[in-house]
Design a protein around this ligand. Structure first.
Ligand SMILES: Nc1ncnc2c1ncn2[C@@H]1O[C@H](COP(=O)(O)OP(=O)(O)OP(=O)(O)O)[C@@H](O)[C@H]1O
Ligand SMILES: [Mg+2]
Length: 371
């Protein structure tokens, strides 16, 4: 049996009755607001709403339904046990009615039930109503709706926070990796060249041998090229001295020499950008071109920087194999997320356009500088 026996509030016939009812309404709203205030889970919010309405004797019992992955499921029950709800004689056909009410967004009576939508995807089915006014019910709906919205915002915020800390971890790992790579480069390449040079010079100190010296000179120039490459990877001084266009041309030439990919660079900006903007756009272009080298199997690519809508736009395109930007798991796009994060820090954005066999385009935008 579901209905709880309790004294029924009679019709408010006197001013005293009306005042008492209003007081009980306010008390209910107050209690409900307190209960849902710190609730992080939408199911919890609906459970509190049911419990408060039943505890305060506005209804005999009820249940809360929520749309989850396309179907409407019962997420909380009022004063009856879950089994009692399943066997409830009042309940038959409730699902279909509830769906229709949810679509219409209007409180609907169905026999002893009152179906009350409390958001686009949640509904309270309340049974055995006492003297419940429409304005009171509307206030309940507003309160529950606001609490549900808050839980969704919280969930989104928590998700964003998680994403940020994953990204931070990835950035730290990448930094460590980069340090490891630089250390290996210094040790294995430049260290070895210098060791060979030292040994060779020792050999030649007593008895200079011209052909040996020529080899040593070659070793020295390879070491110098290695130093230049490492310095360029770390931070090209040309970016500070000559600006974005020169640095991009330098990187494009280097990419061509190392990987035989033709990279066209076109920069049409009326004046130099700020230090931060130049660095971000250079890093984004660098990562995008590194992706072209690593993944695209492209013959050619282009880097175009133009002034656009008061800000600046960088487009990196290639004629390679392409990919599905929406088909990547978060863990597979640390490089792309890093680009996006750098741009967003300056109020900009990143957009990818690509499909299998159709090459790829990376669009990076930065707004005009706030002064
Ligand atoms: N220009 C491109 N052509 C084809 N596939 C690409 C291109 N750019 C990115 N991708 C695909 O997108 C994925 C994600 O790129 P992202 O830069 O985030 O990671 P990654 O290059 O694999 O690793 P890293 O973290 O070292 O950059 C790549 O693994 C690749 O599958
Ligand atoms: Mg990458």
């Amino acid at each position: 049996m579901i209905a709880r026996s309790r004294p029924r509030a009679g019709l408010a016939t006197t001013v005293g009755d009306e005042a008492a009812r209003r007081t009980r309404e306010l008390e209910t709203l107050h209690r409900l607001a307190q209960r849902v205030a710190a609730e992080p889970d939408p199911r919890g919010v609906l459970e509190h709403a049911l419990r408060t309405l039943v505890d305060m004797d506005w209804f005999d019992c009820g249940e809360a339904l929520m749309e989850e992955e396309g179907s409407l499921v019962t997420v909380a029950v009022g004063s009856c046990s879950a089994q009692a709800v399943a066997a409830c004689p009042l309940r038959e056909g409730l699902g279909d009615d509830a769906r229709a009410v949810l679509r219409s967004g209007v409180v609907t009576r169905r026999g002893r039930w009152r179906l009350v939508p409390v958001g686009p995807a949640a509904l309270l089915a309340l049974a055995g109503a006492a003297d419940v006014s429409a304005s009171f019910l509307a206030a309940v709906v507003e309160l529950v709706h606001a609490a549900l919205k808050r839980t969704h915002l919280h969930a989104r915020l928590a998700e964003k926070e998680q994403q940020r800390s994953r990204l931070l971890q990835a950035v730290l790992n990448a930094q460590e990796e980069e340090r490891g790579r630089i250390s290996r480069d210094l040790h294995d390449q430049i260290g070895q060249s210098l060791t060979a040079l030292l040994l060779g010079l020792d050999r030649n100190l007593d008895e200079p041998d011209t052909s040996d010296l020529a080899k040593l000179k070659e070793i020295a120039s390879i070491a110098l090229a290695d130093v230049r490459r490492i310095a360029l990877d770390l931070r090209p001084s040309v970016l500070d001295e000559l600006g974005l266009e020169a640095a991009l041309r330098r990187f494009a030439r280097d990419t061509h020499e190392r990987y035989q990919i033709e990279v066209r660079v076109l920069v049409t900006l009326p004046k130099r950008l700020g230090h931060q903007e130049e660095t971000v756009l250079y890093r984004v272009a660098q990562e995008a071109l590194t992706n072209v080298v690593r993944h695209a199997r492209a013959r050619s690519a282009s880097v175009v920087v133009t002034a656009s809508h008061g800000g600046v736009q960088l487009v990196v395109e290639d004629d390679g194999v392409g990919f599905d930007p929406d088909g990547l798991a978060a863990a597979e796009q640390i490089g792309l997320m890093g680009m996006r994060e750098r741009l967003e820090l300056l109020g900009g954005s990143l957009r990818l356009e690509s499909a299998a066999g159709e090459g790829s385009s990376v669009y990076a935008r930065l707004p005009s500088r706030r002064s």
